[in-house]
Design a binder for this molecule. Structure first.
Ligand code: NCD
Ligand code: ZN
Length: 340
């Protein structure tokens, strides 16, 4: 049994920089045709020069032309129309982090005063640049995303022409918002389709499953699964693959992030097959993102077959999800089209 997927896209990806980028970039470029690259470097990506230089480092690290990095800028309320326009096609989206809410987000936004944000968000609406949002408050950890619903509602109603992507949603409340506001969309990770808080902390603590937002309750996971398996037109795959070196995960003070890039495609095929929904996988993995972002991805076809794959213990210095475990599908071939 085989399956062929056309131009899979990972619309929320942390590729890091320097040595880490060199170690892990090929984990994504081997199996995806492109990815939306998160800007939370130290310091974050906030200028055109930084964005282009980072894009060039990514292209060098992936070492071929069949993976397109869709670049993002770290949101600042002072961005204006002329500044954002100057990015032209180099910029795919702007990513908003509440200050201090996750890895490398210290320079993020404090408070959601619509008037402070108005100039930048109206400029983005006019230029057709989507706003990607890490939607968590600094409340109680299990409630942070649900508490953010009112901020999503405020943004969606004040900026009706702005495409707002609720990144890595983990709750039923967020799924429900998709049908309430025309301009809200979402990415969903692999791990939030598979695990709940029980898998992270219900038994022995599993640091490699610890991430922001933290995995929630079974009914939340079920709500996410339903829209992902049905390839709801407003949801896209975004792995939020977030590599940290082994010593930073297996530590007192574990860094947040699950590293899924090398196994994401295989595990998604396994999951969709289990639920008899393989026919919808290509929409979740590329067609929906193509429609939402209006992009034309590189032509790249990935074929997988149903033979077991033993997940390596480490990629470089990073432990992947399912390390040392067997998945039921393997990659067999990658075909690059004329534009890849
Ligand atoms: C991400 C990281 O490590 O950059 N961590 C995470 O737990 N998901 C940041 C993020 O997307 O929140
Ligand atoms: Zn992320």
């Amino acid at each position: 049994m085989t399956i062929t997927l056309k131009s899979p896209l990972d619309m929320h990806l942390h590729l890091r920089d320097g040595e880490m980028l060199e170690q892990i970039a090929k984990c994504s470029s081997d199996t995806f045709a492109g990815g939306l690259i998160m800007p939370n470097l130290v310091p974050p990506v906030t200028t055109l020069d930084e964005l282009i230089a980072y894009k060039n480092r990514i292209n060098k690290a992936t070492n071929d032309n069949s993976f397109k990095p869709y670049m993002t800028l770290f949101y600042k309320p002072e961005y204006n129309y002329d500044f954002l326009k100057s990015f032209g096609d180099e910029l795919t989206a702007v990513k908003l982090y509440p200050a201090g809410i996750t890895t490398n987000s210290e320079g993020g936004l404090s408070g959601f005063d619509i008037e402070v944000m108005r100039g930048s968000l109206e400029a983005m609406s006019e230029l057709g640049i989507p706003l990607c949002v890490h939607g968590e408050t600094n409340g109680f950890v299990m409630d942070r995303e649900a508490e953010f619903s009112s901020i999503y509602a405020k943004l969606a109603t004040n900026f009706p022409k702005l495409k707002i992507i609720m990144e890595h949603i983990t709750t039923k409340e967020s799924v429900d918002l998709l049908n309430k506001f025309d301009n809200l969309y979402a990415t969903i990770t692999l791990h939030h389709l598979l695990i709940t808080l029980d898998d992270v902390a219900g038994g022995m603590l599993r640091p490699h499953l610890f991430c922001k937002p933290i995995a929630k309750r079974p009914h939340d996971r079920d709500a996410l699964l339903k829209v992902a398996l049905d390839a709801h037109p407003k949801v896209m795959f975004g792995s939020d693959s977030a590599p940290h070196p082994k010593h930073a995960k297996e530590a007192c003070g574990c860094a947040a992030g699950v590293f899924t890039a090398p196994i994401a495609l295989i595990a998604l095929v396994e999951l969709f097959e289990k639920h008899d929904k393989l026919d919808n996988l290509e929409r979740f993995l590329s067609a929906n993102a193509i429609n939402i972002y209006g992009i034309t991805p590189l032509e790249k076809t990935i074929t997988l077959e149903k033979t077991p794959y033993l997940v390596p213990e480490k990629f470089g210095d990073v432990v992947p999800m399912f390390a040392g475990e067997e998945l039921s599908w393997s990659l067999t071939s990658i075909t690059k089209g004329d534009n890849a």
